[in-house]
Design a binder for this molecule. Structure first.
Ligand code: NAD
Length: 293
C-alpha cells in the first residue's frame, strides 16, 4: 500500500498514536503481530497489512515497538524489502547506541531517521498530548514535525541521533529512583502514625517534592485517579520500568557513568517482577517492601 504513513506496533501506546494520525486525515497503513490490534486500526480507518514488507511504499514509517531487537529486526526487514521512503521515526524506548547505528544504516540508504521516544503514558497517547524527545538532524525533525504534532503536544530537539533515547533513559532513571524514595518515606511515615495525605502535602510544599510524590503518589488514596488508588492497575508497569532501568544502566555503563542507585532500583523492580507484580504500576513497590501481595 502507498499510505503516507506506515505504523508498526499498535500496542497500548501505538494504537492510540495511529488513531490520532488517522483522525488528522493522514492515511495510515499498519502492521502488528496481534490480529486484534489490526482489526482496531482498520475500524479507525487505517489499512491493516500482514507484513512489515507490505509497507515498503510508505513515505514515512513510525515504529512503537517493545525494545531494541524488535526495532533492529524491523529496520532490517524494511531495507531488505527495498524500502525507499523518506523518513523513519522510532518512538519506541530503545538503547541509544542501537538507535544511532540504525539511523546510520538508514541514512546510508538515503532515508532520514530520527529517534523520538515519548513520555506521557497511555493517557497522553490517547489524548495526543505526548512529549517527543527527538534525536537527529533539524531537517529530519522538521519533516517529522507535522506527524509528531498530531500525536503529541511537545516536541523537543535533544541533539543528534540517539540523543532522544538518551534523554528518555535519563528521565526514567531519575523517575524510578525517586519513586522508591517516596515509597520508603511515605511507608515509614504512615507506620509512625502519620496521615498519608498530610505527610504528602508537606512533602509537596517542601524539599522532597517530585512527580511521584505530587502527581502519582504511591500511597493509596493520596491522589485521585492514579494507579495507587486502584490497586496499582492500569499504570506504568513494573516490567516497563525494569526494561527502562536495564537500558539506562547499560547505557551508563557504556560511558562509565556510575549508577549505584539505578542498579539497586533495577534490582528492586526485578524482584517485584519475580513476585508476579510485572503488570502492576511501578508504585506497587510499596507492597513489595511490606511483603504484601
Ligand atoms: P505494548 O507491548 O503494549 O505494544 C507493543 C506492540 O508491538 C504490541 O502490540 C506487539 O504485538 C507489537 N509487536 C511486537 N513485536 C512486533 C514485531 N516484530 N512486529 C510488529 N509488531 C510487533 O507496548 P507499549 O506500552 O505500547 O510501549 C511501546 C514502546 O513505548 C516501548 O518501547 C515502551 O517502553 C515505550 N513507552 C511506553 C509507555 C507506556 O506508558 N506504556 C510510555 C512511554 C514509552
Amino acid at each position: 500500500t502507498s499510505a503516507q504513513c506506515g505504523f508498526i506496533g499498535l500496542g497500548n501506546m501505538g494504537g492510540f498514536m495511529a488513531n490520532n494520525l488517522l483522525a488528522s486525515g493522514t492515511s495510515v497503513a499498519a502492521f502488528d503481530l496481534s490480529q486484534a490490534s489490526l482489526d482496531a486500526v482498520a475500524s479507525a480507518g487505517g489499512v491493516p497489512v500482514t507484513s512489515v514488507a507490505d509497507l515498503k511504499d510508505c513515505e514515512t514509517i513510525i515504529t512503537m515497538l517493545p525494545s531494541s531487537p524488535h526495532v533492529e529486526e524491523t529496520v532490517g526487514t524494511l531495507l531488505d524489502a527495498g524500502w525507499k521512503g523518506k523518513l523513519f521515526i522510532d518512538s519506541s524506548t530503545i538503547d541509544p547506541i542501537t538507535s544511532k547505528s540504525l539511523a546510520g544504516k538508514l541514512q546510508s540508504s538515503g532515508i532520514g531517521a530520527i529517534d523520538a521516544p515519548v513520555s506521557g503514558g497511555v493517557k497522553g497517547a490517547e489524548a495526543g498530548t505526548l512529549t517527543f524527545m527527538v534525536g537527529g538532524s533539524s531537517s529530519d525533525l522538521e519533516a517529522a514535525r507535522p506527524h509528531l504534532e498530531v500525536m503529541g503536544a511537545n516536541v523537543i530537539h535533544c541533539g543528534d541521533n540517539g540523543a532522544g533515547q538518551s534523554t528518555k533513559l535519563c528521565n526514567n532513571l531519575a523517575m524510578g529512583i525517586q519513586m522508591v524514595g517516596v515509597v520508603e518515606a511515605i511507608n515509614m511515615g504512615t507506620k509512625l502514625g502519620l496521615d498519608a495525605k498530610t505527610l504528602a502535602s508537606v512533602m509537596n510544599t517542601s524539599t522532597s517534592r517530585c512527580w511521584s510524590s505530587e502527581n502519582y503518589n504511591p500511597f493509596p488514596g493520596v491522589c485521585e485517579n492514579v494507579p495507587a488508588s486502584r490497586d496499582y492497575n492500569n499504570g506504568f508497569g513494573v516490567s516497563l520500568m525494569l526494561k527502562d532501568l536495564k537500558l539506562a544502566t547499560h547505557a551508563a555503563g557504556s560511558v562509565r557513568s556510575p549508577t549505584p542507585l539505578g542498579n539497586l532500583t533495577k534490582e528492586i523492580y526485578a524482584m517485584c517482577e519475580d513476585q508476579g507484580m510485572g503488570e502492576k504500576d511501578f508504585g506497587v513497590v510499596i507492597d513489595f517492601l511490606n511483603q504484601k501481595k
